[in-house]
Each structure stands twice: as structure tokens, then as C-alpha cells.
Design a protein around this ligand. Structure first.
Ligand code: TXA
Ligand code: MG
Length: 320
């Protein structure tokens, strides 16, 4: 992993979204990550490791329930926030006394992490404030012109299988607390941890979970499936000539009204998550003004999709 060793950047595929990686111990390399993303310096990064055994040194005071989560859920879409160890400089934690760590479940990422044998700090490989990239082309569209050809590398691992960012769990207290929903469900966390999730506010600050991070330029409006069906059954409002201005994001069982662009027709909540960010990017590429989104049921990946879409809609509302 010459790029990482040389203090350069490596865009890594993971099963959730693409990450913009740098050697976590190298403040200069990590500074490049912030510069390329345009990310505020107090937003901490996740350090990606090859396996649970590599945690020691990066984090400390790991409670038994957090060890169980690491051992059972890694490689996987779960990030654990723990007190930072000696190896984790403040340049990677955004000045906080905690560090987020994760072992991603992607063969290419794991190969890089094993060969590099050091932690790789990697936020999602998008410009600050844009939706996360789930394909190499999204990365190139967002930050391609900010990478140094011949020095920085973009590894193509195909489209991301999960499609939304990892579940983040604060493990700095006696019980785990959910900071961001993802593919690893609340039920699974409680079952593996052997403890209920604490429902009180976390003492840990998780900047970067702001609504605006999940919003396209188009305005996202949440609607009930019945509204979409009614729109589809009626002949629909007269379609204005010219390019369509409205898109629809919903499970395939919801019909597409006249004059509305179908952005994605996922059959399951898993497919919904996989397609979500590409669909929001497509809405902007088509210069749509509005995206109508029908939330999937709150099962499986549904919780994470509902979380991201609700934030998208909230950001759309507050931007006006
Ligand atoms: O799936 C993922 O988690 C992807 C892939 C690349 O691994 N990464 C990702 O990174 O989504 P990023 O930087 O876009 O989002 C990381 C989130 C941010 O909301 C950040 O505030 C939170 O993790 N975070 C990181 N370190 C933290 C810490 N020490 N305490 C609390 N939150 C932290
Ligand atoms: Mg991000």
C-alpha cells in the first residue's frame, strides 16, 4: 500500500460506502483528508482496522460488551466509539478524547488493511455536505479533481452492497448507546452486547450526523404510500411540458404517478438502502426540484433508510 505509506490518500471501497483513507498515525496525511473533503477540523474520523485484535493501542478501557460486539459483528457495518488510546492522536479524533473504530466487510478493504497493518482513517469519500458515495464514479464526481494523479489512488470495489453508512455505537459508558442507525440493527446490538441500549442522550458528540449531510439539492418530501397510489390512479395533475421536475423514491410495490421520474424501484429494504444515495445523486443530475419519498417499513435496513430520508427531508425544510 504505497500510497498510504507515502502519506497519500487511498479511496477504499467498503460494504457501506466508499471511504477516503489516509494513514491514521500521520497528521499530514489526515490533514489532506480534511482538505479534500472540505470537512471542519473538529469532525472526528473513523479508524479502519484489519481485525478486532488490532484495536489495542488505538482505544482503551474497552468494556466486555464492546469486545463482544467487535468479535461478533466485525468485519461488518458497526463502528464503536471508545476512549482513545496512545496511538490515536487528536488530529484524527477532531480533538475529542474518544475514537471511532471499525473493521469493514469488503475483501479489497480488508486486503489493504492487512497489508498496511496500520489503522486507516477514512470518512466517506464525498465532499463535505454531500451524500455518501456508493460507487467509484460518485467519488470521482465529488473529489476527483482534488486528488493528486499518480499519488492518490482510487480502488474500484464495485457498487457498495449495503449502501448506507455503518451503525455507530457509543461504548464509553456501562451500556451501549446508538449514535447512528445502520445495517447492524438495534436488536442485534442488544442481543450480542447482552445489554439493552441506553436511551438517554449520549455524552459523546457525533458531529457529521447533521441532517444536511443526507440531502440532495432537490427538496425531499416524505409522503405516504397511499398518496403516491392516489396520484398514480388519478390521471394525475396536467403534466407540464419540458423535463420532469419531480422524482419518486419508493419500494417497487408503489406505482409511479404520471409525469414523475422513478428514481429507483427497490423490491426490499436492503435494495432500498443500496440504491438510496445513487438515486438522490440522480435527482440532482436530472435537476429535479422535488423528490417524493415513501419510507420503507421499519424492518431490516428500513431503520437506517428511514433515518437518512427523514434527515434529508428535515434539511430540505430548514433550507427554505
Ligand atoms: O460506514 C461508514 O461508517 C463509512 C465507511 C467509509 O466506513 N464512514 C463514514 O465516515 O460514514 P464519516 O466520517 O462520513 O462519518 C463518521 C461519523 C461522523 O458522524 C462522526 O461524527 C462520527 O462518525 N464519529 C467519528 N468519530 C467519533 C467519535 N470519536 N465520537 C463520536 N462520533 C464520532
Ligand atoms: Mg460522511
Amino acid at each position: 500500500m504505497a500510497a498510504l505509506r507515502a502519506g497519500r490518500l487511498a479511496v477504499l471501497p467498503t460494504e457501506t460506502v466508499y471511504g477516503l483513507g489516509a494513514a491514521a498515525f500521520n497528521p499530514g496525511a489526515v490533514a489532506q483528508v480534511y482538505a479534500v473533503k472540505g470537512r471542519p477540523a473538529d469532525h472526528p474520523l473513523i479508524v479502519h482496522l484489519a481485525d478486532a485484535g488490532a484495536m489495542d493501542g488505538w482505544v482503551r478501557d474497552v468494556p466486555a460488551y464492546a469486545r463482544r460486539l467487535a468479535e461478533h459483528c466485525w468485519p461488518g457495518s458497526l463502528t464503536l466509539v471508545l476512549p482513545r488510546g496512545d496511538r490515536a492522536g487528536l488530529h484524527v479524533t477532531g480533538g475529542q478524547e474518544t475514537l471511532a473504530v471499525r473493521v469493514p466487510d469488503h475483501p479489497l478493504a480488508l486486503e489493504v488493511l492487512r497489508r498496511f497493518a496500520e489503522g486507516v482513517a477514512a470518512p466517506s469519500a464525498n465532499r463535505f455536505g454531500r451524500v455518501s458515495p456508493t460507487a467509484p464514479q460518485h467519488v470521482l464526481d465529488d473529489i476527483g479533481d482534488r486528488l493528486v494523479p499518480g499519488s492518490d489512488v482510487v480502488l474500484d470495489g464495485g457498487p457498495c452492497q449495503v449502501g448506507v453508512e455503518s451503525t455507530i455505537v457509543d461504548c464509553t459508558s456501562d451500556s451501549p448507546r446508538l449514535l447512528r442507525p445502520g445495517a447492524v440493527s438495534e436488536r442485534r446490538i442488544e442481543a450480542v452486547a447482552g445489554l439493552p441500549l441506553a436511551r438517554t442522550a449520549s455524552p459523546v458528540r457525533a458531529p457529521g450526523t447533521l441532517p444536511a449531510h443526507y440531502a440532495p439539492r432537490a427538496r425531499v418530501v416524505l409522503i405516504e404510500a397511499s398518496v403516491a397510489s392516489a396520484m398514480a390512479e388519478e390521471a394525475g395533475p396536467p403534466v407540464t411540458p419540458g423535463p420532469p421536475q419531480t422524482g419518486l423514491l419508493a419500494l417497487s410495490e408503489v406505482a409511479t404517478p404520471d409525469g414523475v421520474v422513478r428514481l429507483s424501484a427497490p423490491r426490499t429494504t436492503d435494495e432500498y438502502a443500496q440504491a438510496l444515495y445513487a438515486a438522490l445523486r440522480e435527482a440532482d443530475a436530472l435537476h429535479l426540484r422535488v423528490v417524493l419519498a415513501v419510507l420503507p417499513p421499519d424492518a431490516g435496513m428500513g431503520a437506517a433508510v428511514r433515518d437518512r430520508l427523514s434527515r434529508s427531508a428535515a434539511a430540505s425544510r430548514s433550507a427554505r
